[in-house]
Design a protein around this ligand. Structure first.
Ligand code: AKG
Ligand code: FE2
Length: 258
């Protein structure tokens, strides 16, 4: 971890785009080359739910990079830095995405959707890229507009397996008390509908997702970093074409983005 005060030195020494005053600025990934618009990762997350930072300080360890961008969060039972690599389903455990989908498409989901309070942000950071594998993203705001916020808030789910020996009821769209904040949870395997109403809403969600084009980002170069608002944006992964793919992505959950 960086000592307090060192973070700014890291930002200034390795940030490739112009840095204004004290803040971390980057191009809006959607309009990168054409626009002179520069926004901080936090502003981009507020605007579009994600921020893509190409080749962000590739020499930094994942935890140091995460600490320069926000506050990494140690989540119960998981390593702080998780290494994601394409794995065939029969070579891993069934409680992971690779265990369920192997080298195939990872359907759109939010991470740890079956937890009462899923982590707020996640950072995906490329260690070894694969040009044929992309990360998909979909802003849930379009889903909420299409299906309806009340419909999603009334749709109750439960984890596929009991958590701490009990099944908690978890709404797809959860209103949180502070400042009209809300979170969306979605996972087609770890969440189960609790009744017929919820089954019908699951079908509507799946239908919407199947006919909506997600945004696609390839984490290709070392240090390519994607920050996602896990309470707002669904993500997934394209199929991995080659079983010999050496793709390595580091994932860190974060509680705050600067
Ligand atoms: O590999 C990626 O790009 C995303 C992987 C993912 O969503 C996951 O492992 O939960
Ligand atoms: Fe994920």
């Amino acid at each position: 971890m960086l000592a307090f005060g060192q973070e700014r030195a890291v930002k200034l020494s390795c940030w490739r785009l112009p840095v204004k005053a004290n803040s971390l600025m980057l191009m809006n990934s959607q309009s990168a080359a054409a626009s002179s618009l520069r926004m901080t990762p936090k502003q981009l997350l507020e605007q579009q739910g994600y921020a893509f930072i190409p080749s962000f300080c590739p020499d930094l360890e994942p935890t140091t990079a995460a600490a320069a961008l926000g506050v990494p969060e140690q989540v119960d039972g998981l390593r702080l830095v998780q290494e994601l690599s394409p794995t065939m389903s029969d070579l891993t455990t069934p409680n992971t995405y690779s265990g369920n989908f192997g080298l195939g498409t990872f359907p759109l989901h939010t991470d740890l959707a079956h937890w009462v309070m899923p982590p707020r942000y996640l950072m995906l950071r490329c260690a070894v890229g694969d040009p044929d594998a992309s990360t998909q993203m979909l802003d849930s705001r379009s889903l909420v507009a299409a299906v309806g916020s009340n419909v999603l808030a009334r749709c109750l789910t439960r984890p596929r397996r009991p958590m701490k020996r009990s099944f908690q009821l978890l709404p797809i769209l959860q209103k949180l008390s502070e400042r009209s904040q809300r979170l969306i949870r979605w996972d087609s395997i770890y969440l189960r509908p609790v009744n017929e109403y919820a089954q019908a809403v699951f079908r509507s969600i799946e239908e919407y997702l199947s006919c909506t084009q997600p945004i696609s980002v390839i984490l290709l170069r070392e240090g390519d970093t994607l920050l996602l608002d896990n309470w707002r944006v669904l993500h997934g992964r394209s199929p991995v074409r080659y079983s010999a793919s050496s793709r390595r992505i580091n994932r860190i959950y974060m509680s705050t983005i600067k």
